[in-house]
Design a protein around this ligand. Sequence first.
Ligand SMILES: *[C@@H]1O[C@H](CO)[C@@H](O)[C@H](O)[C@H]1NC(C)=O
Ligand SMILES: *[C@@H]1O[C@H](CO)[C@@H](O)[C@H](O)[C@H]1NC(C)=O
Ligand SMILES: *[C@@H]1O[C@H](CO)[C@@H](O)[C@H](O)[C@H]1NC(C)=O
Ligand SMILES: *[C@@H]1O[C@H](CO)[C@@H](O)[C@H](O)[C@H]1NC(C)=O
Ligand SMILES: *[C@@H]1O[C@H](CO)[C@@H](O)[C@H](O)[C@H]1NC(C)=O
Length: 261
Amino acid sequence: MGLAAIFCVISLLALSISSPTTAQTPPAPFLPPSPAPAPAPAPHFVNLTELLSVAGPFHTFLNYLLQTQVIETFQNQANNTKQGITIFVPKESAFASLKKSDLGNLTQDQLRILFLYHAFPKYYSLSDFKNLSNLNSVSTFAGGQYALNITYTFGLISIGSDWANPKITSSVYSTAPVAVYEIDGVLLPLAIFSSDPPLAPAPAPAPEATKTSDITPTQSAIGAAPKSSESSTSGGSSYIASVPLLNCFVFALSGSLMLTM
Ligand SMILES: *[C@@H]1O[C@H](CO)[C@@H](O)[C@H](O)[C@H]1NC(C)=O
Ligand SMILES: *[C@@H]1O[C@H](CO)[C@@H](O)[C@H](O)[C@H]1NC(C)=O
Ligand SMILES: *[C@@H]1O[C@H](CO)[C@@H](O)[C@H](O)[C@H]1NC(C)=O
Ligand SMILES: *[C@@H]1O[C@H](CO)[C@@H](O)[C@H](O)[C@H]1NC(C)=O
Ligand SMILES: *[C@@H]1O[C@H](CO)[C@@H](O)[C@H](O)[C@H]1NC(C)=O
């Protein structure tokens, strides 16, 4: 009969397709190859100004980027290169811990260099920092002599500048070609701050407070009066998540900071 013939042909075809050696495992020719997590669509335009104004608060950093027009250099790199960009964004409290005159006394050129110093002209995921920590130094956007030292220890990533070694406290955005990581200090190169350490001689319980605030968020947030407007790392993540533009957030990476500790 006709149907039987069709079944027969199909069976024969199936047999001829599946090789005898793999007969035990059923072939799945119509499934896409699974080990390909890379998203197919081309990377979309990331508006850095918008990203930095909704994530954060990063107003001080963003204002300096706008004032020095470094934002255009960064945006151009994000838009037009395959290399991409990695930006380290100090929290608001990091600027507050600097002596008032330190940034105020810089020339416009020095300010420009300082903020170019806060980025690598290449995209790095958090896991890439493991490899970078094997290098002596990594050149920033400000040029070869303005380098940073990466230290990766048990999932904690520190960014070494001459006067400060802030650590990455959260991943704000990390989808090639753009990475934005929050750090808990301003990067301070010797070539700009040659005379003396620009950090204010303030007592320094603040960096540890971010750790304890994860455990007792409300208490410590109220306790630290001058910094009460600043959210903790975990608080940051929650309102970042509410921004539709940023739905490519790599929370897993952010989480790995903690998990691998
Ligand atoms: C980027 O975002 C800023 C702030 O929302 C906006 O003023 C600017 O026009 C945007 N730029 C582009 C190219 O969309
Ligand atoms: C970046 O790309 C956006 C969208 O294509 C464009 O509007 C903007 O002018 C570009 N900016 C730079 C600095 O290349
Ligand atoms: C910054 O400039 C002010 C006024 O010109 C000056 O009094 C002060 O000593 C300067 N501070 C530093 C650290 O150079
Ligand atoms: C990191 O280093 C490991 C081992 O040295 C290497 O296999 C891997 O390809 C490197 N990854 C990157 C992104 O360079
Ligand atoms: C990076 O490390 C090298 C070697 O330890 C050191 O000489 C250099 O001063 C460091 N650079 C910075 C910016 O910390």
